[in-house]
Design a protein around this ligand. Structure first.
Ligand SMILES: NC(=O)c1ccc[n+]([C@@H]2O[C@H](COP(=O)([O-])OP(=O)(O)OC[C@H]3O[C@@H](n4cnc5c(N)ncnc54)[C@H](OP(=O)(O)O)[C@@H]3O)[C@@H](O)[C@H]2O)c1
Length: 176
């Protein structure tokens, strides 16, 4: 499972490029390297399950969370392509795309006062359980909550700039 990750929230001209480069390194480069490292053994054994953790942010642009969303889009695309490539080998690839949930992520990403992270969020345990269960069923793209499945479906029919603008307002920090 490739789970390690963190976010950086803020205006692009104000965030720290070192953090963003580190995020690209972790979410994209390390994930590809680790997958390459393990997949060969799995293929030799004709058995294995790879679970990559992306995010709901993988599906669309997220202003003020732009590099994070772009790296998760990479994880989603890479995982779906690889899942197709490995079809019939006994090795499966699942990509998990949760929305906001409670963890250490919010504080590290400086997401306080961001609307998407307000209200009661599912716990990390609740979300992880769904991911594990669906991976066992060899589900390729796992979206753990029905409300997000419906929203993603609706978003397909909307102009991309409308979706981006909606995300912008959901990611704009409110005064506490
Ligand atoms: N929480 C959310 O709302 C949310 C939503 C969608 C997707 N996700 C994704 O879910 C995954 C897990 O995040 P989480 O919410 O469980 O956050 P978390 O509680 O902060 O856990 C993040 C994990 O990533 C590790 N990590 C962070 N930076 C690292 C680095 N540079 N090198 C190696 N390991 C590093 C951390 O290790 P240490 O503890 O050793 O630092 C920790 O184990 C991430 O990929 C995140 O993008 C989270």
């Amino acid at each position: 499972m490739n789970n390690a990750g963190f976010g950086v929230c803020g205006r692009f001209d104000e965030t720290d490029i070192k953090e963003e480069v580190g995020m690209i390194q972790l979410h994209a480069i390390a994930l590809v390297e680790l997958t390459k490292f393990f997949v060969r053994d799995m293929l030799d054994r004709k058995k294995g399950k790879i679970l990559n953790i992306a995010s709901l942010a993988a599906f669309q642009p997220m202003p003020f969370f732009n590099v994070y969303a772009a790296t998760k889009a990479f994880v989603l695309s890479f995982s779906e392509s690889l899942a197709s490539e490995l079809q019939g080998t006994g090795v499966t690839v699942s990509v998990f795309c949760p929305g906001a949930f409670q963890s250490g992520f919010q504080q590290r990403a400086r997401l306080e006062n961001v609307p998407i992270y307000q209200g009661k969020l599912p716990t990390a345990e609740e979300i992880a359980e769904i991911g594990y269960r669906e991976m066992k069923k060899n589900k390729r793209v796992i979206i753990p909550e029905w409300k997000f499945k419906i929203l993603l479906f609706i978003a397909r029919f909307l102009p991309r700039n409308v979706v981006t603008q909606t995300n912008k307002s959901l990611m704009t920090k409110r005064n506490s």
